[in-house]
Write a protein that binds this ligand. Sequence first.
Ligand SMILES: [Zn+2]
Length: 103
Amino acid sequence: MSFLLSCPNCGPRDVNEFHYQGEVTRRPGADPTLRELTEYVYFRDNVAGIQREWWYHRAGCGSWFLAERDTRTNEVLQTELPPRSDAGAAAPSEVAVPDTPAV
Ligand SMILES: [Zn+2]
């Protein structure tokens, strides 16, 4: 299946130019329980509907960005660069940029 995904830097491109990293997760607090850690590492919501997720433009600018995608239709509603930790506007501790995948 193919669809267009709009990189915040490069514009609309074929989805095969990108790497899907999964849904956005929330890191547990500073002193998490074993259950909180287990849920963070192993469990995902896997919604049938609009999901916020990480994408990497591997065949383009090499940027990580966030997308809101309807998992039922692959319609991409919005893409944006992640909030910068020094911007202070968002909650960067809740948005961890994943490691760059090996290509
Ligand atoms: Zn790009």
